[in-house]
Every structure is written in C-alpha cells, then in structure tokens.
Design a protein around this ligand. Structure first.
Ligand code: AMP
Length: 282
C-alpha cells in the first residue's frame, strides 16, 4: 500500500492504471476508522483491480461552529487498517494540497442540500460535493463506495453524478451498527458513558416506526410523533435536530406512505450530533 499526499502524484498513478485497462474503486473518508469504513473498503476490494481510500478531514464541509479541530484523528491506526484490508493507495492530502489559497469553484445541489442536515449545516453539502468531485477527477475511479448512514450525502452525490455526466458508478453500502444497534460513527467518541448507553434508542425508535408502517400506519405525521414520544421517554438527554419522512431519492416530504419512504433523523446527544435512518415500506 502506498501513502500519497500530493494530488498530482495520485492522478498520475491512477491515469496509468486506467491506461492499462484496470478498474479503480474509490472510498472517500475522513478517517478514524471503524467497521463501517472497513465494510466499504472490503466491498471496493471485491469489485475493482485497484482500491484508493482517501483520508481527508475536509475543512470546506464544516461550518464555523462545528468540530473541524476536534474531529478525531489516528493516522497510524487508519493506515494499518487500509493496508490490512488490501487497499492499494491511502490518499491523505493536507488541506493546502487540496485547496489552492484562491480556490473559487464550488459544486452545489441546492434542492437536495437545503433539507434534512442542510437546514442546520447550510454549507456542508457544497463542501462534500466539491471535494468528492475533485477526488473523482484525481482518481478517475469507475466505482465509488459510500455508506447509507449518510443517506442524504449519497442521494446528493448521485444527483451530481447524473446531472454532470460524471463517468462513475456510486454504490451504497448498508449501515454497520454496534451490537446494541447504535450506528457506528467516528463521532461516537464524543459520547459520555451515560449518553452512549442511551444512544441506541435512536435506532430502536426507527425500528419501532418501521414496524408500525408494516402494520398499516401510513401517516407520516403520526409516525414522526411516535418517534418523538419514544425518544422523549427513552433518550431524555437527546435533543431533536430533525425527524423527517421523505422520498428516498428526491428527499421531498412524504405525508402518506404508499410505497417506500426514508425516515431520517438527527439527534444531538451531548457533544455529538447523531444521524441515522431507516427505510419504511408500506
Ligand atoms: P466519514 O469518514 O464519517 O466521512 O465516512 C466515510 C464513509 O463511511 C461515508 O460514505 C459514510 O457514509 C460511511 N460510513 C460511516 N459510518 C458508517 C456506518 N456505520 N456504516 C456504513 N457506512 C458508514
């Protein structure tokens, strides 16, 4: 496994692979790996000749009062894991290598980025789209792998790829959870033991919602009220950012569930803002 910091070195290497007819899969990450990241890297390894994992805590997707500085980092452990999983390249640029001082070009999908997480994180998805498109251009990857935990991110990136005719296939992988149901996240380290003990209730509330839909409840407002009441009782230290039921691709609100809908939530628990989601099937 090679560690590369310089964008031009990554691009030269990957263009060489493409000229040889090899397939390249990209796994974009911000590091501090857990089994969720590992599942994406394993999938990439199983479908492509060459696997590039990027590790970059992208400053442009953090708002001014967010956790850019505090975001957990452990390069030694992360690089050992990528090596162990058979990654060919770990691309770990410094911010100044990814962004020129006068960087001025942004990619936005405002219709999908102004809802759900975009309400409290207005510049987040602009930063995500821009850095991910840059990674696509640097790697010339034919496949990129993302987690369904960040469902909105994947929906936005799919729209970006479609609208801009980017020659790449995006693949979503299922959410990896702790044994008690909490979705794995690098940010779970922010939780105190008491908060950590309550945090799985987020997933439990979503499972209960999905069960109620399967049993015939199709009214989104009542389902959201049910989740809110469940969390009030079982996760008293949590503070709702949003609980929404939306179309899985368009991310527009759904009032009556007739087919498949996405239920997505963001709940603040202490210093962490936890997101999770589940598909509701009528
Ligand atoms: P991050 O390093 O948190 O930016 O995440 C990098 C990639 O890993 C994104 O595509 C995430 O959706 C994915 N990911 C993060 N947590 C999980 C999880 N628990 N299960 C599956 N994928 C995940």
């Amino acid at each position: 496994m090679q560690v590369i910091h310089e964008p031009s070195a990554l691009q030269t290497l990957c263009l060489g692979w493409r000229r040889q007819g090899l397939t390249v899969a990209l796994v974009p990450t911000m590091g501090y790996y857990h089994e969720g990241h590992a599942s994406l890297i394993r999938y990439a390894r199983s479908v492509a000749d060459k696997v590039v994992v990027s590790l970059f805590v992208n400053p442009t997707q953090f708002g001014p009062n967010e956790d850019l500085e505090a975001y957990p980092r452990d390069f030694e452990r992360d690089s050992a894991l990528v090596r162990e999983l058979g990654g060919d390249v770990l691309y770990a640029p410094a911010p100044a290598q990814m962004y020129e001082a006068d960087h001025a070009t942004w990619v936005e999908v405002p219709e999908l980025a102004s809802t759900l997480c975009g309400v409290t994180r207005p510049i987040h998805f602009r930063g995500v789209c821009t850095v991910v498109l840059k990674l696509f251009m640097l790697t010339q990857a034919q496949i990129a792998v993302f987690g369904e935990k960040d469902w909105q991110q994947l929906a936005i990136l799919k729209r970006m790829v479609r609208d801009l005719n980017v020659p790449i296939k995006l693949v979503g992988q299922p959410i990896v959870r702790e044994a008690d149901g909490l979705a794995l996240s690098s940010r779970n380290v922010y939780l105190t033991p008491e908060e950590r003990a309550q945090a799985p209730q987020i997933h439990n509330s979503l499972v209960a919602a999905a069960e109620s839909v399967a049993h015939g409840e199709h009214d989104s407002a009542r389902i959201v009220d049910g989740i809110r009441a469940y969390l009030k009782e079982h996760l008293p230290c949590g503070e709702e950012d949003y609980i929404s039921i939306v179309h899985p691709e368009r991310l527009t609100p759904i009032t009556t569930i007739t087919d498949t809908a996405l239920c997505a939530v963001a709940i603040r628990v202490g210093k962490a803002r936890l997101i999770d989601n589940i598909l509701l099937k009528a």
